[in-house]
Design a protein around this ligand. Structure first.
Ligand code: ADP
Ligand code: MG
Length: 417
């Protein structure tokens, strides 16, 4: 599976030109590629399309995507073709010639992704054709249309359920941006996805308190923070392996049960430290970003960024490991101009293309960190394409104590970028 996910990452980069997954993309793709049925509820703009497009390129046979939005279907097929992916569509907007050409392509095994409108999928001609082809993946986009409890019920969608049963070998992925508990239940029942893995994300994580402090004496600041949280589990992210080792040692010396985690440790030690953290045998894991992927520990009460992360994506993914149980959890970012300069130094050694992307990521993060007025959730949510529903969250430092502590650093860092 690790090899397959490597493949997925390189497709993300090489075919789609992105260098990191958005929240939940990796998890969903990982599940689909393990051939587990999956329901993903991710907000609009989250990047649901990649959740089937990447598996479609890893799988060897055909992947089918049911979508009610013909205009969108056309866009996606164009984009995929432009990226060199053999994609076709079948819907009522096609001329008879185009339709036949696409059918031929499918029969010859020339297509990897088929976009199909629900009513087209239900036509016996198409159902029979598909039943004769090896199908790896059946994706139901806008799956809430299956449910009459949703805001967009479509009777043809209901019947897809029957079609699904004709492709028992294909893994099924249902996608939607909006699904209440009830709608989710309807989707799962209608499609017979009894054992599906479910991923449900609004990007907002209201139980996470978000704080950014000017980094002065990081160790002292961290100890002060930890003193008030003696019995709470947490993750501290550092930039370098050396910093991880030093900080873990310093915390142990101060009487905290902490262990390091980074790629420089032996496999056995790394696994043991992770295990100890997951089992609550130790309180704190001090780590590089090597730690956390696929970890599900519900009671992580805090995440400290001891050093500046490289991007908002990274930052959000890392703080997202706190409070999976829904209970209040604290995310502290120690921000300094020196860290911006340090990251900038690393970025300057990259190839031009990579350098520009990295700079953009850093720039977005700096703007987020230096925003000393206004709710911090607003830029975060907007970054992921979600429009905040409120102008203040009361769960970030700016909302609860609006002071302008970062003003001094702002100019310096911005000059640097
Ligand atoms: P959804 O179906 O959730 O509404 P889309 O799949 O249409 O979202 O993606 C929304 C936008 O986000 C698209 O422009 C897409 O190219 C972009 N996108 C998706 N995944 C990533 C990623 N990992 N990194 C950067 N951009 C991404
Ligand atoms: Mg979509």
């Amino acid at each position: 599976q690790a090899v397959i996910m490597k493949r997925a990452s390189s497709i993300l980069k090489e075919v789609f030109g992105y260098d990191s997954f958005r929240p939940f993309q990796r998890e969903v793709i990982d599940n689909v590629l393990s051939r587990r049925d999956t329901l993903a509820v991710l907000p609009t703009g989250a990047g649901k399309s990649l959740c089937y497009q990447i598996p479609a390129l890893v799988f060897e046979k055909l992947s089918v995507v049911v979508s009610p939005l013909i205009a969108l279907m056309n866009d996606q097929v164009q984009q995929l073709r432009a990226a060199g992916v053999p994609a076709v569509m079948l819907n009522s907007s096609l001329s008879p010639q185009e339709y036949q050409r696409n059918i031929d392509a499918l029969q010859k095994g020339d297509a990897r992704i088929l976009y199909v409108a629900p009513e087209t999928l239900l036509s016996p001609r198409v159902t029979d054709l598909l039943a004769s082809l090896p199908l790896d993946l059946l994706t139901i986009d806008e799956a809430h249309c299956i449910s009459d409890w949703g805001h967009d019920f479509r009777p043809e969608y209901r019947q897809i359920a029957a079609v699904r049963r004709r492709f028992p070998r294909a893994v099924c992925l249902a996608l939607t941006a909006t699904a209440t508990e009830r709608v989710r239940h309807d989707i799962l029942t209608a499609l017979g996805l009894d054992e599906a893995a479910q991923f449900v994300a609004g990007f907002d994580r209201p139980n996470l308190f978000i704080e950014v402090l000017p980094k002065q004496n990081a160790l002292t600041q961290t100890l002060r923070f930890l003193e008030e949280r003696r019995d709470q589990a947490g993750i501290i992210y550092c930039f370098s392996r050396r910093q991880v080792d030093d900080l873990a040692a310093a915390l142990v010396q101060k009487g905290f049960s902490a262990r390091p985690y980074h790629a420089g440790l032996g496999d056995a030690e790394r696994a043991a430290n992770q295990e100890a953290f997951l089992r609550d045998d130790i309180q704190i894991i001090v780590a590089t970003i090597a730690f956390g992927m696929g970890i599900n520990k519900p009671n992580v009460r805090f995440v400290i960024h001891y050093d500046l992360p490289k991007s908002i994506e990274g930052y959000y993914q890392e703080i997202g490991r706190a409070g999976r149980d829904g209970l209040p959890s604290h995310c502290l970012l120690l921000y300094s101009y020196g860290d911006v300069a340090k990251l900038r130094h690393f970025i300057d050694q990259k190839e031009e293309d990579e350098r520009l992307v990295a700079l953009e990521h850093l720039d977005a993060l700096v703007r987020f960190a230096e925003q000393h007025a206004g709710c911090r959730r607003i830029p975060l949510l907007r970054y992921f394409g979600e429009e905040p529903t409120s102008t203040r969250c009361d769960r970030c430092d700016n909302c609860t104590s609006p002071t302008a502590t970062l003003v001094d650093m702002t100019e310096n860092a911005q000059k640097l970028l």
